[in-house]
Design a binder for this molecule. Sequence first.
Ligand code: CA2
Length: 149
Amino acid sequence: MNAKKILVINGPNLNLLGLRQPEVYGSTTLAELEEHCRVHGATMGFEVDCRQSNHEGTIIDWLHETRGTSHGIILNAGAYSHTSVAIMDAIASVERPVIEVHLSNIHAREEFRHTSFVSKVAKGMICGLGTTGYMLAIDALVDMLEHEK
Ligand code: CA2
């Protein structure tokens, strides 16, 4: 691996960002969010690869791939965060820092959103700060990766 690389994975329904429920998830579209992530990473010399899928297995495949291709991962697994032991197991296998991000404050919402399987294995978690959470997660990963030897 030459260039320092961060993978941003957005899960189910996040392709609708900015298009529906702006009162909950904000008005920034997924394409705008991904561009902000790439630009923010680039200012610190990191390449940011952004992907979105509505499919659990695809997200798991991408997590497995990161073993040889990415130094750190930012994951908003959407509703799979609350249900998927399979994604949790995949994260536990990647041996790369994974930061969980949620746009909304999952603890201030319905009870079924209070549990996250991702949180059990993530390095850290940011929620409730909208798209700023992704920038903070990039900052945290860059700091971690620059100090790791
Ligand atoms: O707050 C978050 O980022 C969530 O991961 C978003 C998920 C939700 O199931 C989690 O509990 C918290 C839902 C993503 C749905 O995204 C939409 C965006 C715009 C319009 C409709 C859905």
